[in-house]
Design a protein around this ligand. Sequence first.
Ligand SMILES: Nc1nc2c(ncn2[C@@H]2O[C@H](COP(=O)(O)OP(=O)(O)OP(=O)(O)O)[C@@H](O)[C@H]2O)c(=O)[nH]1
Ligand SMILES: [Mg+2]
Ligand SMILES: [Zn+2]
Length: 403
Amino acid sequence: MSAPSLPPTTSPPPTTSPHSAAPPAGPTPSDPTLLRLGWDTRWSACLAELLGLPKGTTAAPPDRSLGRVSRADRGACDLLVPGPDGPATVTATWSPALERAVAVDPTAVPAAGDWALLAAGTGADPSHLTLEAVLPRRTSVVRAQVGGSSRAQVLAANADIAAVVEGMVPDLDPGRLERLLALAWSSGARPVVILTKTDLADDPDRLTDEVTLLAPGVEVLSTSAPTGHGLGPLHAWLADGATIALLGASGVGKSTLLNALVAGPGLDGPMATRALGAVHKGRHTTVTRELHLGPDGGAVLDTPGLRTIGLAAETALDDVFPEVEDLAARCRFSDCEHRTEPGCAVLAAVESGDLPQRRLLSYRKLMREAEHQAARTDARLRAELAGRWKEIARAQRSHAKRR
Ligand SMILES: Nc1nc2c(ncn2[C@@H]2O[C@H](COP(=O)(O)OP(=O)(O)OP(=O)(O)O)[C@@H](O)[C@H]2O)c(=O)[nH]1
Ligand SMILES: [Mg+2]
Ligand SMILES: [Zn+2]
């Protein structure tokens, strides 16, 4: 499982005899299974920096190991780790330090796709694993928390591709697509659109063209899981080692797609899907976010159908609506709200038919929402900061009293 020939992470004492028991080196980037899970030299560098290890260190400390979160629950996670015969799954519980970090920052909650540092238990149960820390994410798909809270929720960590999945049947929902694209663009991963169920659509090419107009700068794939149509690029990305996160409403075919990608035609995949024939119902089949490895590399991250897709405060809408932003740059007033202002290039484009009115309304709606969310987040941060300072002041007062 480990590569004993690698340099230890800390300098050994110069007197070490070649026969003394060296501590086992942690998994390293040259560990093929770790690479298989998505590890690379950039992650090694990140880990070394995080632990304050000398530059060029390539291994986790001897008493730690690495794993990739495949499924996250409150307080415990399933992780993919290098096993004797390739990837294996283990369960680890949160360390007290992680519990504390999560109490301060909800996005510190481990999420499917995260890389984690694990410690083996000592004492009563040495086989027990603790999840100590999560490596800083390269990308994260985040939605604003639902239910009146301004706290954000990480849907997918470290995806290379954030795929917005939408079914051609029963109906495409342009507003939902734009909203999901906002999430995908803001994640830092490469956004793509995957249209499913081409086999059921009357005119799949027309629908694909329509969606291409809604998603400037984004590759749009039209696919069918049962026939395998259009899956080529997805297989190629996986073979390149990419992690693909699937985002979309319930019933659009995310789990069916995952099964087709990781299991191959005719084979049962790992995810349960809705029974055929129930295509038009809005029931949620998948209830957890799960990462599954591709057959020849890469990984697919399935998510439960998103009912509400709240935009997080820092959502980048200029990527989603580049043509509106371009027009806005030509308005007479720099603070133009594109409502009634004279010399408004956006309104002129709607007037002439160059910009669909629906597109402007959608832009306005998402803009308002992101601004509202930003204000709420600011308010929460202010309150949290005030709370923390109060705590510090209290501690100081009781300290002064004791003296
Ligand atoms: N004909 C056809 N049916 C499909 C296709 N993709 C998905 N389906 C069907 O659509 C239904 C819903 O698919 P699921 O994969 O369960 O959808 P989901 O997006 O995972 O849904 P949730 O887990 O609820 O979020 C199932 O009956 C699938 O068989 C497709 O490309 N063609
Ligand atoms: Mg599903
Ligand atoms: Zn304007």
